[in-house]
Design a protein around this ligand. Sequence first.
Ligand code: P6P
Length: 353
Amino acid sequence: MSTQPSRIANASYQAFPPIQVTTIEAHILDQQRSHPEATGVLTSLLYDIALSAKIIAHATTRAGLIDVLGKTGLENVQGEQVARLDVLANETLIRVNSPTGRLAGMASEENADIIPIPEGYRTGPYVLLFDPLDGSSNTDYTISIGTIFGIYRRISKTGPGQIEDFLQPGRSLVAAGYVIYGNSTVFVYSTGQGVHGFTLDPGVGEFLLSHPNIRIPDPARFYSVNQGYERYWSSGVRQFTDYVQGKTGEFNGGLSMRYVGSLVADFHRNLLAGGIFYYPADSKDPDKPHGKLRLLYECAPMAYIAGQAGGYASDGKGPILDIVPTSLHQRTPFFVGNRCLVETAEAYIKRYG
Ligand code: P6P
């Protein structure tokens, strides 16, 4: 019997390298330590949204292989063709979040009215608004798409959620975020303590912290707008676009133009690299004088995230977060990104209309 102690017994043996394994739940619980009144309901709600995102990602990453591409032939309240993946994403978010007792109701881009919590289930202190699959027309071309969500504390006291619970200004958001389904699936959220990104590890089935404390970098690198509609813009927006293109001698020749046509993809790139995205009011469609994007479940959550990352979002005149909504599906002109660029856009619009 050897008297030499076992080599393994003496080594400071490490089964795994010390990797950073912070899940969304661990991260939120850590953040909530500074909120002793927190009950954990919001943590669980964010986790429910993350579960929904995993289910949606499982479909979007195999879209060409399973029968979910293409259109349903239906038209939604927006007057847009509904893609089959829109329905899958919408149904997933509704079914995952209906029985939890955390919500008083939901609102979705795909549903004309409030989505009530089904009979027999408890209601909870929050309401959830979402665009279940923004940019879904791009799915058939394997372009990144995303889910956008916002969470408010209910205003009504008890019973089913009321419209007043949903028509709150973005300034009242308790949390907001988005999921981008791209070459990887990234969940970005804020509860008012900075912006944090988590990347889905499909092998583990968990979102793990990959982008802590995101801040929009200065100087900006990109401007993002559909220049095909330039002839429909106001003079101020056209002149602002000349400015970001460097035609007035700024930006060493101008910012680079990047436009995916998927809000979540364009926003996410500008959040990480610095830039401005704008979808201005245009005269292209008389039915949409305020542009295409929706306030409640696209612009307000993105404005909240941008603000938490040191940026700013405006409707061209003032903060998106201050707009008090009057209807679930109202649209708004949208300028978001580096604060200096968004404020310059406001100045051009103020001066030139
Ligand atoms: P356009 C996608 O349909 C979407 O709602 C946003 O994701 C995107 O930013 C915008 O519309 C693109 O619209 O008119 O430039 O094709």
